[in-house]
Design a binder for this molecule. Sequence first.
Ligand code: PGA
Length: 256
Amino acid sequence: MKPRYFVAGNWKLNKGAAESATFMKALSGALPAGAARDIDVVIAPPFTSLPAALGPGPKDVSLAAQDVFWEDRGAFTGEVSASMLRELGVRYCIVGHSERRLYFQETDRMVNLKTCALLRNGIRPIVCVGERSDDRRAGTMQSVVKFQLSSALFDVSIKGPDELVIAYEPVWAIGTGNVATPRQAEDMHEIIRRTLEKCFGVDIGSRVRILYGGSVNTDNIGGLVDMDNINGALIGGVSLDLDKFIRIITLISQKE
Ligand code: PGA
């Protein structure tokens, strides 16, 4: 049986506090009945919008941060710790997004430290992995993704499959309109699945949710989540549009 579907909206550097509160209120009123009970729905606003998004949101929609620092406290100007996120009521946190790897020189080691800090504080990491177009052209995409994943999960242990989420986001598909085909995505998800089973054993590894991300929209989501190892999506641009985001949730809930 497939694990429960998971849909997360990554707002990136969009929507301040007021706009986030308005969106969450509207989401509360517009979510199809029972959808958020059957699917995990998560929104990741910018840090400063988290408190505003938390209040008016539907009770069964969780919030994610888009990043975290690995130390709990200290002289680290500009950083936010996992314990601070937990205090706000944040349940998930994206780590290792390719934009952070690219623009902020985030390394596999940092992704691992962040993953461990989140788990230590009871926040569920959404660990992003994905190859660049060069890697795909060179045919090295599988080893690149395997390496990113095993580095991120070094020394990580979980007690159950829901404590961790993986997002496969090929860099060439993010924000480009150039979505991976369901087959291309599933091929990589199968590799990720085997790696998870090796790390955590088959019982847990077979049930950790693996999301696809990169130019997901209302037209392509159905074909993607039909694949055995695609358990939902991490959605950027389209998640900023309430109607389209709801449409995606509705389409996935019809797969249940
Ligand atoms: P996109 O972004 O849906 O706009 O391609 C996905 C992501 O970066 O998580």
